[in-house]
Design a binder for this molecule. Structure first.
Ligand SMILES: CC(C)(COP(=O)([O-])OP(=O)([O-])OC[C@H]1O[C@@H](n2cnc3c(N)ncnc32)[C@H](O)[C@@H]1OP(=O)([O-])[O-])[C@@H](O)C(=O)NCCC(=O)NCCSC(=O)C[C@@](C)(O)CC(=O)[O-]
Length: 329
């Protein structure tokens, strides 16, 4: 079973991680499901609004507490998200579930407000070049825009999440100084973001880099999220490090769908099914009905005519205990 194998490899390289007494893995992981936004934004073929609504409603039925629903960005930049208002108007908003939307500027905020959103996410980066490509401004200008957006959010009692992209490397600049990750993350926090999501946008991270980056980020672990793309099949191993470092919020995408249009080579996020299985292996609670979520992954893969990239199958769930025994001897 590949997830167990990846964890075992990580434990072999970092033996301390296999000793439960010396590593405090979180008791509970909050999964932030990003497939309706990050997963679909890069699809070249139009995904019908009804499919997007079905996807969100099915995800809401699986026990997830956060489902990122869409983005209020320029339709020239991201045509796939142009039905943002219809999607929000069409979904069943369940009590206790948050449906954040991405907002880059005041214009996006005004449109989002009309749909009665309760949570938004602003998205910055630790790379000047990526920020220019993605939102057409410098890091400094982006933070100024976010400040204005957040001022409105505060007035309207809307929660704001902050993203920092390129935390372990940039498709345009290459290496990224982790101190810049800390600077941007701190600024977002100071402005009023309640949670900061650290994006390995092109999946270039390694376990060592993950550790190094997290040492530079001087922010309380309880409000940091790991948003790792799985381009080189390293997201699971990087997450083992992040979890062992006290991160307890993980962004993921059912069936591993997705990719960033401004990050050439970026594949989808780490599949949610695989994250949940990782939690099972490490003895971390997650509150999600895994078989139901596997069905959702199959649903959206069929709709998109894409291979389902999740590696966990229902049958694997029966063997969790034996994998655990093997990992933690
Ligand atoms: C930020 C802008 C708008 C700047 O783009 P710009 O061209 O500088 O904006 P502008 O103010 O000059 O406006 C240009 C046009 O866009 C319109 N416009 C302007 N704003 C909006 C808006 N909010 N909603 C709808 N329309 C908008 C505006 O009205 C105008 O329309 P026109 O007069 O030409 O017809 C643009 O670059 C943009 O929308 N970028 C979004 C890119 C994006 O969504 N990227 C993917 C999300 S980030 C990501 O995936 C990474 C993440 C978060 O997952 C974490 C990780 O993995 O690292």
């Amino acid at each position: 079973m590949e997830i167990a194998k990846l964890v075992k490899e990580t434990f072999t390289k970092f033996p301390k991680l296999a000793q439960k007494a010396s590593v405090a893995y979180p008791k509970f992981v909050k999964v932030v499901e990003v497939s309706p936004r990050d997963g679909l934004q890069n699809e070249k073929t139009w995904v019908p609004t009804e499919t997007k609504i079905n996807l969100i409603n099915k995800l809401s039925d699986s026990g997830l507490r956060v489902v990122e629903a869409t983005s209020f960005v320029s339709e020239k930049a991201i045509p796939q998200m142009k039905d943002n208002s219809e999607v929000l108007a069409g979904i069943i908003r369940k009590e206790g579930i948050s449906y954040p939307v991405l907002v880059p500027n005041i214009k996006g905020m005004e449109s989002a407000l009309k749909q009665n959103v309760k949570e938004i996410a602003v998205f910055g980066a630790a790379s000047e070049a990526f920020t220019q490509k993605n939102i057409k401004c410098s890091i400094e200008e982006s933070l100024k825009r976010f400040e204005d957006v957040i001022a409105i959010a505060k007035r309207e009692s809307i929660k704001v999440r902050g993203y920092v992209s390129c935390v372990m490397g940039c498709p345009y600049e290459g290496e990224i100084d982790p101190r810049l990750v800390n600077t941007v993350a701190q600024k977002l926090l100071d402005m009023g973001c309640y949670e900061i999501s650290l994006g390995d946008t092109i999946g270039i991270g390694t376990p060592d880099k993950t550790y190094e980056m997290l040492q530079a980020v001087k922010i309380d672990r309880s409000i940091l999220a790991a948003h790792f793309h799985n381009t080189y099949n390293r997201a699971i191993q990087n997450l083992v490090i992040a979890l062992s470092e006290g991160i307890s919020i993980v962004d993921s995408s059912v069936a591993g769908i997705g990719g960033c249009p401004y990050a050439k080579g970026a594949s989808g996020n780490v599949p949610t099914e695989d994250i949940l299985f990782l939690c099972e292996l490490l003895g971390i609670e997650h509150g999600v009905d895994i078989p139901k979520l596997i069905e959702v992954g199959d649903y959206i893969s069929t709709e998109l005519k894409r291979e389902n990239l999740a590696r966990v199958k229902i049958a694997d769930l029966e063997n969790v205990q034996s994998y655990r025994n093997e990992l933690f001897q």
